[in-house]
Ligand binder design. Structure first.
Ligand code: HEM
Length: 511
């Protein structure tokens, strides 16, 4: 390189920060927030649980949006319903991207670049959303009801046989429903190879989305470091995880294809019409298959841990609030009169619907929304939000806002019931996210959760265990927080309400 070129390069390098500084001075201020180091900002994630930290910062800075610079990336957290809907719903043209940065490990190295939840808005993302619209709309999901009821009955039977394995049964009841509704594959209650395959892929995803854990998320260029290089353990780990992630994408899909060719597929599963009709007649069958593969994987991937978290919270809430359980059983008994509930009761059990809503609100499975990112510079409430800012809605803070929900920490399903002289509180739909990225499986989620909650309450009493002195052990109600939150292990009993219900469950599951 000639000397003059070198001098020019140095001058340009020095001029850029000055230029940035000069132009910044004419821009509105960033939203308030704790200051980190110059340029790089904060080098560690905010203290756990992060949603409480964001809420505290909001109070300290007197603003419902706060900003933090982490490793040089701009992060804005919206703590109120107003700010979240203003940005993510009303300005969804600007705020529907996913972050470019911070996901190199999960997206590029582990192979999750195909996943709808990580994809940038574009044709591939849109086509996957269309699959969800077609297969998981409010109308379309009704055809999965029979399979949901069957899976719920197996769950009840498993609870009768081994209540001590409650958490394992919870994982299988939803795994079974999601795999069947997507692929038409009937899985075993336990140790099923398909469920194990997708679970491994999911575990890899959860481990790989770990803000601050992998340096490659901060310095994406490290993804080019060869595996043998000292310190490149993350590349070797990513290779192992990638294998599980790709199996999750291909194994159930290919098995459904084989089934179609051999025994045939049931009509009430999403994949059938694609394999028999849509893919073969599409203009680009290879692309069409790629879209369907990705979308159906997401039906399990995005739907499984969220519903599991919800159901664990249900057992916790029933252990902590026996009067809620009694109230629900009164309602179910008056409508079902000794039989198990089914979807013909869907409109007639409002208190059970209210329990589902309250569970979504009380301890939302996703307390901090999946990150959105801004596609262009924006100004909101006088604050500057530059392009590529990561925007995180504090779902937990909204669902615990005392100006929307009276006594927000209390578990009170009745807040959602319309009564004479009382307006119900706002539906907790923000638990499913916002705008164009809103949860694509939310209607299915509500139905599977409703039938499971209604059936358990009809047939079982969830109660407290007693210690050696005969005193009831009351769970602490604490949660383990990551991207999703789950109750910390807690003791509870799950017993049939009577011998008649026990027989009902066994007969129904057998039938
Ligand atoms: C309790 C149950 C569930 C909860 C609380 C939940 C919550 C969420 C949230 C908060 C998001 C992020 C939305 C955003 O970025 O603004 C999301 C995305 C998503 N959910 Fe759910 N979800 C649940 C169940 C399900 C189920 C059962 C399915 C599939 C059948 C599903 C499929 C998806 C998909 C595909 C996305 C990604 C959408 C996109 O990025 O375009 N979810 N969910």
């Amino acid at each position: 390189m000639s000397l003059s070129l070198l001098v020019l390069a140095v001058c340009l390098a020095a001029a850029y920060p000055l230029y940035q500084y000069a132009t910044r001075r004419r821009l509105p201020p960033h939203p308030p927030g704790p200051r980190g180091w110059p340029i790089v900002g904060h080098l560690a994630a905010p203290a756990d649980p992060i949603y409480k930290t964001y809420q505290r910062w909001g109070e300290a800075y007197g603003s419902d949006i706060v900003r933090i610079n982490m490793f040089g990336h701009n992060i804005v957290a919206t703590n109120s319903l107003e700010a979240s809907t203003d940005l993510l719903d009303k300005r969804s043209q600007t705020y529907s991207n996913r972050p470019k940065h911070g996901m190199t490990m999960v997206r590029d190295l582990c192979g999750f670049d195909y996943a709808i939840a990580f994809a940038q808005p574009g044709q591939f993302w849109l086509d996957q959303r269309r699959v969800f619209q077609r297969q998981y709309s409010q109308q379309a999901i009704k055809r999965y009801r029979h399979a949901e009821t069957q899976a719920t009955l197996s769950f009840l039977r498993n609870l009768l046989e081994s209540p001590q394995d409650l958490f394992r049964h919870i994982r299988y009841v939803f795994g079974r429903q999601l795999v069947y509704s997507a692929y038409g594959i009937v899985t075993e209650d336990h140790d099923d190879p398909i469920i194990a395959t997708v679970e491994h892929g999911l575990e890899a995803a959860v481990a790989a989305i770990n803000p601050g854990k992998f340096l490659v998320d901060v310095l994406p260029v490290l993804k080019y470091v060869p595996e043998w290089f000292p310190g490149a353990g993350f590349k070797r780990q990513a290779k192992i995880w990638r294998e599980s992630v790709l199996k999750m994408l291909h194994v159930p899909f290919d098995q459904a294809k084989d089934l179609l060719d051999t025994r045939g597929l049931p009509d009430d599963c999403a994949i059938k019409t694609y394999l028999t009709d849509i893919i073969p007649t599409s203009r680009d069958p290879e692309y069409a298959e790629k879209v369907i593969r990705a979308a159906l994987t997401a039906a399990y991937g995005a739907g499984s841990d969220t519903t599991v978290s919800f159901m664990q919270s249900f057992f916790l809430a029933m252990t902590l609030n026996p009067y809620v359980q009694k109230e629900a059983q009164r309602e179910i008994d008056s409508v079902c009169r000794g039989r198990l509930p089914d979807f013909s009761d869907y409109e007639r059990l409002p208190y059970v619907h209210a329990i589902v809503k309250e569970l979504l609100r009380w301890n939302p499975a996703v307390p901090l929304n999946f990150a959105h990112a801004s596609a262009q510079d924006d100004v909101y409430k006088g604050y500057y939000i530059p392009k590529d800012t990561i925007v995180i809605s504090n779902i937990w803070a909204i669902l615990h806002d005392p100006s929307i929900y009276a006594d927000p920490d209390a578990f009170r399903p009745a807040r959602f019931l319309r009564r004479v002289g009382y307006e119900p509180e706002r539906d907790p739909d923000v638990a499913y996210g916002f705008g164009r990225r809103i949860c694509a499986g939310r209607y299915l989620a509500h139905e599977v959760l409703w039938i499971t909650v209604a059936s358990v309450l009809a047939a079982f009493d969830v109660g407290r265990v007693e210690d050696e002195k005969g005193e009831e052990v009351i769970p602490t109600g604490e949660y383990e927080c990551g991207f999703l939150q789950f109750p910390k292990p807690f003791p509870c009993t799950v017993r049939p309400r009577s011998a008649a219900y026990e027989k009902l469950v066994l007969d129904a599951a057998e039938a």
